[in-house]
Design a protein around this ligand. Structure first.
Ligand SMILES: [Ca+2]
Length: 88
C-alpha cells in the first residue's frame, strides 16, 4: 500500500526516473495495477464516487470534489462521467 501512495502522490517527481530506470512497458503495467484500486466494484469503471471514496484510502483525502471532477472530465473520452477505458 505504501508503494501505491508513493506512486500516486509523488507521480510527477518519480515519473522521469522510473521511466528511465524500468522502461515504459513496466511503468504502464504498474500504473494499470494501481488504477485497478480506483475501480467501482459494481460498475467496473472509475467514477466520481469510487475516486472520492478511494482517494482517502490512497492518502489523497485533501482532494476537493472539483479536482476529482476535473480529473474525470479530462480522461472521460465518451462523456459518460466514468473512466471505462480498457485498464483491466
Ligand atoms: Ca467514459
Amino acid at each position: 500500500m505504501e508503494e501505491v501512495v508513493d506512486i500516486v502522490v509523488h507521480f510527477e517527481n518519480y515519473f522521469p526516473s522510473m521511466m528511465e530506470r524500468y522502461g515504459a512497458k513496466w511503468l504502464l503495467r504498474e500504473l494499470r495495477n494501481e488504477l485497478k484500486l480506483l475501480i467501482d466494484g459494481e460498475r467496473e469503471v472509475i467514477m466520481f464516487e469510487s475516486l472520492k471514496t478511494k482517494s482517502v484510502m490512497l492518502g489523497l483525502s485533501d482532494m476537493e470534489d472539483d479536482e476529482i471532477v476535473c480529473m474525470l472530465s479530462e480522461s472521460d473520452l465518451d462523456g459518460d462521467c466514468a473512466l471505462n477505458q480498457e485498464i483491466k
